[in-house]
Ligand binder design. Structure first.
Ligand code: ADP
Length: 452
């Protein structure tokens, strides 16, 4: 591979530029007008502007990205996460232009991108899934019938959902009717597809996902789990590996299920199989993400692998040399998402200019961020400023290091989630590893109003 177009922005675009540099591969950045000063644009070998700020007019414009690919004569496109990364039509367009899409084949993205089809596919392969409707539900009447059998509470999910959006919980027939229609409307508006399905709402689960690597020659490996239970409104805030909850035996069992799910999807490249675990230790598949994830550095720091390079090698047709039994988890790693949001004001977005920036460093600390002093966070995109990752020989060291690094991190000019992370990192419930997906809300409920 000689040249890769990076169809993304922010920290992930920079992360890909860095991996390519080390591999001796040239990069082409595409960018929107307000992103001209971005680091990924500055550091890539070439850059082409693809439109104005709103992503619908730039980063989501497949035809403009493909034109840039043709003009600059690239071999491949790395989609990063978000934007077009899970868009099967875009992957298919790349395939038809003979430009390698760094990810799975479009048929696989299509299959796993429909959450109801994905569930059905892995269930048939013997992977446990959350009990619920077989596929999308067509009417309120049909839905109520299924729900009656299952019992409340239930969760209504958009088949095309993602990013923690398009989910509604119902506790009785009255709230179900209301939420069912609201979920359909919201799904139609957000994802252009109003189809929804229902499943049992698991009370206070843990969210544990497995990183998969699969080459084009049929070899599939898992790189262990990430525990992503620290979430607010279904959006992840802190991820760690290994999970403080899993025993070696559970890891083996779930890892096998994750590989089975990837096999059933005829998966290729890096992907993630997501599970929920209930209080009794039962685990259930919820979805598969067919792309690199925000939290991939956690896995990199415990396994010593570079997942972006692995993605590029796989896309080049190279066979995975790794062996499952040789993959060791020798360290503990934690990632905090640093967002331009104000935790004191219900996490309201806080775009603006960063007038002073100092990133932490030292032993066991990694910062993946595209910002710098004087950088203006545009209002058009997600609010992530960067990811702070700490690692060490065990969980306690990783926690202490994270707390220390958070205390060193200076970002002036915008509000950030740093004070929130510091509060969580010193909360005994988190320190003891007793977190479920309801933990953040419970923490906020019991914290004084002026905590941040
Ligand atoms: P998205 O693709 O939008 O991220 P997911 O299906 O991955 O959606 O779910 C995101 C989060 O929503 C999960 O981590 C969990 O907290 C919650 N969730 C999803 N399904 C259920 C369920 N059946 N029961 C309880 N919580 C759920």
């Amino acid at each position: 591979m000689q040249k890769i177009l990076i169809a993304n922005r922010g920290e992930i675009a920079l992360r890909i530029v860095r991996a390519c540099r080390e591999l001796g591969i040239k990069t082409l950045a595409v960018y929107s007008e307000p992103d001209i000063e971005s680091l990924h644009v500055q550091l890539a070998d070439e850059a082409i502007c693809i439109g104005p700020g709103p992503s619908g007019e730039s980063y989501l414009k497949a035809d403009r990205i493909l034109s840039a690919a043709e003009i600059a004569d690239v071999d491949a496109i790395h989609p990063g996460y978000g934007f077009l990364s899970e868009n099967a039509d875009f992957a298919e367009q790349c395939e038809s232009c003979n430009i390698k899409f760094i990810g799975p084949k479009s048929v696989c993205i299509r299959k796993m991108g429909d959450k109801a089809v994905a569930k059905d596919t892995v269930r048939k392969a013997g992977v446990p899934v959350v009990p619920g409707s077989d596929g999308p539900i067509e009417s309120e009447k049909e839905a109520i019938k299924i729900v009656k059998k299952m019992g409340y509470p239930v969760i209504i999910k958009a088949v095309a959902g993602g990013g923690g959006r398009g989910m509604r919980i119902a506790h009785n027939d009255v709230s179900f009717a209301k939420e069912y229609h609201a979920a359909r409307g919201e799904a139609e508006k957000t994802f252009g597809n109003g189809a929804v399905y229902v499943e049992k709402f698991i009370q206070n689960p843990r969210h544990i996902e497995f990183q998969i690597l699969a080459d084009a020659h049929g070899k599939i490996l898992h790189l262990g789990e990430r525990d992503c239970s620290v979430q607010r409104r279904h959006q992840k805030l802190i991820e760690e590996a290994p999970s403080p909850y899993l025993t070696a035996e559970m890891r083996k069992k779930m890892g096998r299920s994750a590989i089975k799910a990837a096999e059933a999807a005829e998966y290729e490249n890096a992907g993630t199989v997501e599970f929920l675990i209930d209080g009794a230790g039962h685990y259930y598949f919820i979805e598969m993400n067919t792309r690199i994830q925000v939290e991939h550095p956690v896995t990199e720091e415990v396994t010593g692998l570079d997942l972006i390079k692995e993605q590029i090698r796989i896309a080049s047709g190279e066979a995975l040399e790794l062996e499952q039994r040789k993959i060791q988890f020798t360290r503990h790693a934690i990632e905090c998402r640093i967002n331009a949001e104000d935790p004191a004001r219900n996490f309201a977005p806080s775009p603006g200019t960063i007038d002073l920036y100092y990133a932490p460093g030292g032993h066991g600390v990694r910062v993946d961020s595209h910002v710098y002093g004087g950088y203006t966070i545009p209002p058009y995109y997600d609010s992530m400023i960067g990811k702070l990752i700490s690692y060490g020989a065990n969980r306690q060291i990783a926690i202490e290091r994270m707390y220390r690094a958070l205390s060193e991190y200076i970002i002036r000019g915008v509000k950030t989630t740093i004070p929130f992370h510091r509060a969580i990192l010193s909360d005994p419930t988190f320190v003891e590893g007793k977190v479920t997906t309801g933990y953040v809300q419970e923490f906020l409920n019991r914290s004084p109003a002026d905590l941040f």
